[in-house]
Design a protein around this ligand. Structure first.
Ligand SMILES: *[C@@H]1O[C@H](CO)[C@@H](O)[C@H](O)[C@H]1NC(C)=O
Ligand SMILES: *[C@@H]1O[C@H](CO)[C@@H](O)[C@H](O)[C@H]1NC(C)=O
Ligand SMILES: *[C@@H]1O[C@H](CO)[C@@H](O)[C@H](O)[C@H]1NC(C)=O
Length: 450
């Protein structure tokens, strides 16, 4: 929850540190033959590191209809889903209650939450669950059937897969409802983040490099990172989502047709507030998911964004194979506007950089200059290595960041390391994803279930 983040400009204070190591995911991925449901399977990525820690990512390969994929995702990770949403997230909700600013929520929801909040910190989880339930009831009629099917399948799968409870102690209907509610969490919290795309004269071979850095703050999330690859039957397309157990919406992902999506909350600098929105539409994370699942070009995605029932304002960065270019879409309830490298500065107030479309981690228009300076210093030479240096120096991407190379068909991912309290190391910075080693994926491996 970054509403409380101080907007400091740290350019001069940054230590010069080495660029973190990159490991090839293929060398560290293992599949256990017992972890299969139908054609779907669960694998583990485990990269042991010199500092005694490791990079751990659960790898879900989900094949089949929406219901089958939901069921498999629930069953294969059942214990993780319960531990994450019932134990760790409830703890997180207790820690975050003080940061929950209910004055920005609809009045009806404030009326529901106020009496609960008065009961004190021990009912914090109840506050969050009541809010998520409220959002779900408002938004559920906008959710496509295929997603509902997937969520229902997931509830059934979780009950079937739990090792700690017997099947009759777990109601699939209740579990599905819980999954629906938890998927509304991103509608309640605002993520900062940085996004850019660089192509043409900005990259060595002219092809597109895209970054999505997620600045979320602490919490248990990093320890429950799941890379889910959905492989629906044709003509639908495969896509990968860097996510968490039980999450169906997408915050970070890329599709087989070559669409990469980046998002960040749209806060304005002057009022330090978010743009107006409401809960009468499709959740942002499901909008992003629809793009990955259904759009083949950024123009198709942009067309969809202008027609969908929008809720809360975000910046969406969209790149694709077809154009090898990247746009930023200012997405808010009353409009959806496409910006390119030559028009984005209307909103960001930052320098024009040829063939680079970017938005830094601050509220816009941004008063910082470090990101454009870094991008200019790498202009012509923006590669994964440059991306690693840039995220580190701009200090963006605490929970995770992902970068896509649209020519090499690779994805570079780094995950934050957290302590028992969900903090990124003693100073809250050293273990942020932007300071951590990265893992590289060949996207064709993901589309082939390898
Ligand atoms: C993608 O399109 C299909 C077919 O129109 C639809 O059933 C599905 O719900 C869409 N996916 C999402 C996530 O909206
Ligand atoms: C490009 O960047 C790499 C590091 O990412 C650096 O080693 C190399 O010298 C740079 N080349 C040019 C031409 O700037
Ligand atoms: C995250 O995992 C690390 C390594 O296993 C552990 O030390 C830490 O306590 C965990 N933190 C949380 C919040 O689960």
């Amino acid at each position: 929850m970054n509403l409380k983040a101080p907007f400091l400009f740290l350019t001069l204070l940054l230590p010069t540190s080495a660029i973190p190591t990159t490991y090839s995911a293929a060398d560290y991925t293992s599949w256990d033959s017992s972890d299969t449901i139908g054609s779907s399977k669960l694998g583990k990525i485990n990269v042991p590191l010199d500092d005694g820690s490791s990079i751990d990512i659960s790898r879900l390969d989900l094949v089949g209809s929406p219901r089958e994929r939901g069921y498999a995702a629930g069953a294969l990770l059942a214990d993780d889903v319960i531990e994450f949403i019932d134990v760790k997230l409830n703890q997180y909700f207790s820690d975050e209650l003080l940061n929950l600013d209910i004055s920005t929520l609809p009045e009806k929801l404030q009326d529901i939450l106020e009496p609960i909040i008065e009961k004190g910190a021990e009912v914090a989880p109840e506050v969050f669950w009541a809010a998520m339930s409220f959002v779900w009831e408002k938004e559920k009629s906008f959710v496509p059937d295929a997603i509902l099917e997937e969520m229902n399948g997931m509830g059934e799968g979780i009950c079937a897969g739990l090792t700690s409870r017997s099947g009759d102690e777990c109601s699939a209907v209740e579990m599905s409802l819980k999954i629906k509610h938890i998927n509304m969490l991103p509608e309640l919290i605002r993520m900062a983040c940085t996004a850019f795309g660089a192509w043409g004269t900005a990259t060595p071979d002219g092809n597109l490099i895209q970054l999505r850095a997620l600045d979320f703050g602490g919490g248990p999330f990093a320890n429950y990172t799941v890379l889910s690859v959905h492989r629906p039957p044709p003509p639908s397309q495969a896509f990968a989502s860097l996510s968490f157990p039980g999450f169906v919406g997408v915050v970070t992902g890329v599709s087989q047709k070559g669409i990469g999506v980046s998002e960040k909350v749209w806060m304005t600098y002057d009022k330090r507030s978010i743009q107006p929105g409401s809960y009468d539409g499709l959740a942002d994370v499901l909008v992003i998911r629809n793009i990955l699942e259904n759009a083949s070009t950024k123009e198709e995605a942009e067309e969809y964004l202008s027609n969908v029932d929008r809720t809360w304002s975000i910046w969406l960065g969209i790149g694709d194979y077809a154009s090898q270019k990247f746009d930023l879409v200012g997405y808010k309830q009353d409009s959806s506007t496409v910006y390119t490298d030559s028009t984005i500065n209307v909103e960001t107030g930052q320098d024009y950089i040829q063939d680079v479309c970017y938005v830094d981690k601050h509220p816009q228009p941004s008063h910082a200059t470090d990101l454009p300076e870094l991008l200019k210093s790498y202009h012509g030479n923006i590669t994964f290595t440059a991306v690693q240096d840039i995220v580190q120096k701009h200090q963006t991407g605490d929970l995770h960041w992902a970068s896509y190379d649209f020519e090499a068909r690779t994805m570079l991912v780094a995950i934050g390391r957290i302590d028992g309290e969900g903090k990124y190391g003693e100073d809250g910075v050293v273990w942020q994803a932007n300071n951590r080693p990265a893992v590289m994926f060949y996207l064709d491996d993901l589309w082939n279930g390898v």
